[in-house]
Write a protein that binds this ligand. Structure first.
Ligand code: 5CA
Length: 160
């Protein structure tokens, strides 16, 4: 059955279609706002949840996307070294301005502008992972390979 998606989830579905991926956005009856919520909603481990975190370069003012496995904390020092500029966690307004989505629903693709992306290597351990799809109730299932295809991200070890 095809679900009627919200506007923001529809944008994510269109971005998936545009790059030829067969991933399907699903809107859950309950919250998927946090990695824990999302894991409970879809019945997977928290490690299989893709967190999409936006950081801001302190010199360039550029956004950077980190897609990390649910339980992992991003080591900001390692990330800054990788990016080669100091960074900070982005303000929610900056997240919305650069991605077009609010925190809790930021997907790994379909942003307002292309964003340089780093992929947590721990996500590669899984056959199937789940990412946010535009709002705090929607998700889609993908593979680590899909994540790489949609972000063109660099795989790094970035956990604390
Ligand atoms: N839908 C879920 C699972 S896919 C989700 O989007 N999780 S998330 O981890 O990608 O998004 C929430 C993240 O946003 C938190 O892990 C946190 O790093 C970040 N965040 C939460 N509140 C703030 C805030 N006030 N300012 C900046 N970042 C925040």
């Amino acid at each position: 059955m095809t679900q009627k998606l919200s506007k923001s989830s529809e944008k994510v579905q269109k971005a998936l279609n545009a790059i030829g991926l067969e991933c399907r956005v699903v809107e859950m009856p309950g919250s998927t706002r946090t990695a824990g919520d999302a894991a409970a909603a879809v019945g997977c481990t928290v490690g299989q949840i893709v967190k999409s975190l936006i950081f801001k370069g302190k010199r360039s003012g550029k956004p950077f996307l980190v897609v990390a496995s649910g339980p992992n904390r991003v080591d900001q020092k390692k990330l800054a070294e990788e990016i080669q500029e100091p960074i900070k966690m982005a303000h929610p307004d900056f997240v919305r301005e650069k991605t077009g989505y609010a925190i809790g629903g930021v997907p790994p693709l379909g942003h307002l502008e292309p964003i340089d992306t780093y992929i947590d290597k721990d996500l590669l351990e899984y056959d199937e992972i789940w990412a946010a799809a535009g709002n705090p109730k929607s998700v889609f299932k993908l593979t680590p390979k899909n994540l790489h295809q949609m972000t063109n991200g660099k795989v790094i070890d970035l956990k604390c």
